[in-house]
Design a protein around this ligand. Structure first.
Ligand SMILES: Cc1cc2nc3c(=O)[nH]c(=O)nc-3n(C[C@H](O)[C@H](O)[C@H](O)COP(=O)(O)OP(=O)(O)OC[C@H]3O[C@@H](n4cnc5c(N)ncnc54)[C@H](O)[C@@H]3O)c2cc1C
Length: 495
């Protein structure tokens, strides 16, 4: 506490009273939603290293002054959005200052004529979208965490929303950035100028500086949205249909294919249907649930096994935009999906998905109460390797966890696979680490990229060298230039 008090005294000269050294604030801003941390908390482990001070800057000038100070004193700094990251990227492993950006939440400009808007990066997702929709626009970025994530977090992790097949990932929406380097210098990037240095900051996970503002492409809010469901025989035939739709040049807002277990859970309830999983495991029996989960897929009961066998694969498709164009695209999509073997299930599955699209990821506590944990892995590859990647990862972890998956974020060249693992809490972090190790090593061997949109954080750090080879030297070189004192989110991205 003594060094924290000294630090706080200095920082007050920059931000006045907008800082805290209370344990509750330091703890709240010293973790994100990484399930491994939750497992540690569940077994009563003492908190990992906390930030020494939490600071709430309000202006770009304050951020610059804070970073100049921290750089001179060599105090670590971690930018903090809303802490919804799922890989431990925002954990201040060496203490220091956490810059909670959420007071920088203004829309600073909008050009209705040229279809762009600028926002400060502490803006939360839903208020950002509300500000645009009240003016007849949309960003088109709808992550499941839209209520609890910020623009800065999206940019720093290269986030993807549920409609990325139509609107792209966040990096596709950026026209320009304003940032403060780790040395406290102001940086401006602009896609129209050569070279565009913004690419360096996108996905940098707070290791090079703080992104303070972004100019983003915006689109007219859609007049119509047409949702539909289809059933495919298996993952391979559904995959082939998705590829045909994307390569035809159609741009569905939603194109998601659920594997049989995920289909079963989807069709039995809302969101991921984890309540249904609890019911399938038997009423209220924590020990029974845990023992089944210890056995992973091998322990699935006969009834569940048969039900999964009959489920087929649900595909949800949605088209949006100006009414006539959306209807025309939906008709073309329908023809293509039907010709590829999709059985038309009507509008209901698509409408249901839309109504519950943000429920899906908030079921962790239910699973925890059943004595298990849930985590997700989002890898991606080209179409020719997709089913191999899907099968290999499932095989690699089937003995350790329930595994289900859906394919979403489809593009002309390939697609992402979003695996959901549910496994017992009994072995704590050991089982968690074994599971991830098996899953990521297998994904790499199957030519998957390890992060489609959740980022690297602490979770995937160990695989960075294997994935990028000599290119990790470039990341280190950028860090030496932009953050010569090495204060920005130390211990992340490249070890
Ligand atoms: C329920 C749930 C659903 C989710 N669904 C999705 C989804 O659909 N799509 C998706 O992409 N992700 C999803 N995520 C993951 C998460 O929401 C994203 O990674 C999001 O981008 C993190 O934003 P955040 O503001 O919470 O960032 P944080 O977790 O606070 O930080 C993430 C990283 O960004 C850095 N950072 C934050 N702000 C800045 C800044 N201004 N400048 C520089 N660096 C900064 C931090 O230092 C850290 O390294 C989900 C998470 C949860 C818990």
């Amino acid at each position: 506490v003594a060094p924290a008090r000294g630090l706080a005294r200095d920082l007050r000269r920059i931000v006045g009273a907008r800082l805290s050294i209370t344990p509750v604030d330091r703890e709240a801003c010293s973790h994100d939603a990484w399930p491994r941390n939750l497992i540690a908390v569940a077994r009563g482990a003492p908190p990992a290293r906390l930030a020494d001070v939490v600071v709430w800057p309000e202006t770009e000038a304050e951020v610059a002054a804070l970073l100049r100070y921290a750089s001179r004193r060599r105090v670590p700094v971690v930018p903090f959005g809303a802490g919804s990251g799922v890989c431990g990227a925002a954990v201040p492993v060496r203490g220091g200052i956490v810059l909670d950006m959420k007071r920088m939440k203004r829309m600073t400009a909008l050009s209705a004529n040229d279809h762009w808007a600028s926002f400060q990066t502490g803006t939360l997702g839903q208020p950002l979208e509300d500000a645009l929709s009240s003016r007849g626009f949309t960003l088109g970025h709808f992550p499941s965490s839209i209520y609890c994530s910020t623009l800065g977090g999206w940019l720093a992790t290269r986030s993807a929303g549920q409609c990325s097949s139509r609107y792209g990932k966040i990096e596709d929406m950026v026209l320009g950035l304003r940032a403060i380097s780790g040395a406290g210098e102001r940086l401006r990037t602009d896609v129209e100028r050569q070279p565009d240095l913004g690419a360096l900051l996108l996905g940098s996970e707070g290791t090079l500086g703080v992104i303070v503002e972004a100019r983003l492409r915006i689109r007219p809010a859609p007049e119509a949205r047409l949702m539909r469901g289809y059933r495919f025989r298996d993952v391979a035939s559904g995959c082939a249909a998705m590829r045909r739709v994307m390569q035809l040049g159609l741009r569905p807002a939603v194109l998601r294919l659920y594997d049989p277990l995920d289909t079963l859970l989807q069709s039995s309830g809302h969101g991921h249907g984890f309540r249904r999983l609890g019911a399938l495991l038997g009423p209220g029996a924590r020990a029974r649930a845990a023992s089944i989960l210890v056995g992973g897929a091998a322990g699935i009961g006969r009834a569940l096994h048969l039900a999964v066998g009959r489920a087929g694969c649900l595909l949800v498709a949605g088209f949006e935009g100006p009414s006539e164009r959306a209807a025309a695209e939906a008709a073309l999509g329908h023809a293509e999906l039907s010709a590829a073997g999709g059985k038309d299930l009507g509008c209901e599955p698509g409408e249901r998905w839309l109504a519950h699209r943000y429920d899906v990821s908030y079921q962790q506590s239910r699973v925890f109460l059943a004595g298990a944990f849930v985590d997700t892995m989002e890898v991606a590859t080209t179409w020719d390797r997709l089913t191999d990647l899907y099968e290999s990862v499932r095989r690699a972890i089937a003995e350790r966890a329930f595994v289900m998956a859906h394919l979403s974020h489809a593009y002309a060249e390939g697609c992402s696979i979003y695996f959901t693992f549910v496994a017992s809490l009994l072995d704590g972090e050991r089982r968690y680490d074994e599971l991830w190790s098996a899953a990521l090593s297998t994904a790499l061997r199957s030519h998957g990229c390890l992060s489609h949109h959740h980022g690297v954080g602490l979770l995937k750090l160990r695989w960075m060298a294997e994935e990028h080879g000599a290119a990790t030297r470039l990341v280190r070189a950028a860090k030496r230039v932009l953050d010569p004192a090495g204060i920005m989110n130390p211990g992340k991205l490249v070890a």
